[in-house]
Design a protein around this ligand. Structure first.
Ligand SMILES: NC(=O)c1ccc[n+]([C@@H]2O[C@H](COP(=O)([O-])OP(=O)(O)OC[C@H]3O[C@@H](n4cnc5c(N)ncnc54)[C@H](OP(=O)(O)O)[C@@H]3O)[C@@H](O)[C@H]2O)c1
Length: 314
């Protein structure tokens, strides 16, 4: 029997957005512990253009060809013989282990969770690598609690927009940094104070912070140590903080990575379905425009998460 054909984005070599090729391929078959998901939406994360350009090739060489992406939302089409947690027809979201920019993908089920009907596929696709990253940094690594002061750099971004909301939901005093165009949006997400970094230095408005969450890196990270109070914490998801500098100042500083459980992802989805947490989607693109989507991600000013909305073509 001829195998079913699907469309997906395939990358055969490092390079610019032109290496993201739309290709017709065989629909994959899940292994015993995997599921086949019909992908309705895929998050476009900054790490994906960085991998595509070869920025991590020394540290983590890529195996070609590959389907980019990891954040998905879709419907289970087929389950492997040993999968008991999910069944055909269930709407799910989370992190795929085999790419995301395709009409169908197979993935293990470790980091999939059930999507609630109150949230769309596009919204659900913003959770992995967005809300999960914010949650891990604020609550698991940063141990943020009520009435603490937290500064969130990149407060309008795919991670920052969730971090502002989650920190405000926890009852913290949230200060966010963003450019002029995003100030009102960041306020509406729950920031008590917003600093427009294009016209102000955050150091002049934020001091004695219990926690700083840096999603920008570079100079922003370098300038952040001094606004953390003694005993407080600096977390970055975009750069490796200096332990020496942190020790000298009597603060803690860490790089924060996120790999959350299905249970925490479900908790996040419940908050979204209840209206306590909102996905900020800056731009959506169809699958064949994946290169445009990554180009926008590459600007670093995506205004929330960029999402591919994927319709079946064949
Ligand atoms: N460690 C991890 O597990 C992990 C997970 C996810 C992401 N990341 C990394 O974290 C970074 C952010 O990810 P993301 O998905 O949130 O990216 P994003 O959606 O592209 O958002 C980046 C944000 O940074 C803001 N920004 C740029 N320059 C700024 C500055 N000087 N001060 C304050 N804000 C500034 C932009 O806002 P304006 O448009 O207002 O300038 C934009 O909203 C990326 O480097 C990504 O690779 C790491």
């Amino acid at each position: 029997m001829d195998s079913l054909k699907i469309k997906g984005i395939m990358v055969h070599q490092y390079g610019g957005p032109e290496v993201l090729q739309v290709e017709t391929m065989d629909r994959p078959t899940p292994g015993d512990k995997e599921v086949l998901v019909r992908v309705h939406a895929a998050g476009v994360l900054p790490i994906e253009w960085k991998i595509r350009q070869g920025l991590f090739k020394q540290m983590r060489p890529t195996t070609f060809p590959y389907i980019p992406g990891s954040a998905i939302a879709g419907v289970i089409e087929e389950v492997g013989a040993h999968v008991t947690k999910f069944r055909k027809g269930q709407e799910v979201f989370g992190r795929s282990s085999n790419g995301a920019y395709a009409e169908y993908i197979i993935t293990d089920v470790e980091r999939l969770a059930v999507k609630l009907s109150g949230i769309s596929f596009a919204e659900a696709a913003t959770i992995s690598g967005g809300a999960t990253t914010a949650w891990q940094a604020l609550f698991n690594n940063g141990n943020l609690h009520k009435d603490q002061r937290v500064l969130i750099h990149g407060a309008a971004g795919g991670v920052g927009s969730f971090a502002v909301q989650l920190a405000a939901w926890k009852g913290a005093h949230v200060i966010g940094t963003c450019s002029t165009a995003n100030v009102e949006r960041v306020k509406s997400l729950g920031a008590a104070e917003v600093i427009d970094y294009t016209s102000n230095r955050f150091e002049d408005f934020a001091e004695g912070m219990d926690l700083v969450l840096d999603t920008v890196g570079g100079e922003t990270l370098e300038r952040s140590y001094d606004v953390v109070k003694k005993g407080g914490m600096l977390l970055s998801i975009a750069g490796q903080p200096s332990q020496e500098k942190a020790r000298d100042l009597g603060i803690r500083a860490e790089f924060s990575n996120a790999l959350l459980t299905s249970e925490t992802m479900e908790e996040i989805a419940q908050l979204m379905a209840a209206g306590s947490l909102k996905a900020v989607i800056g731009h959506t693109y169809p699958l064949h425009a994946a290169s445009e989507a990554q180009l926008r991600s590459q600007t670093g000013h995506g205004q929330g998460r960029i999402v591919l909305e994927i319709q079946p073509s064949l």
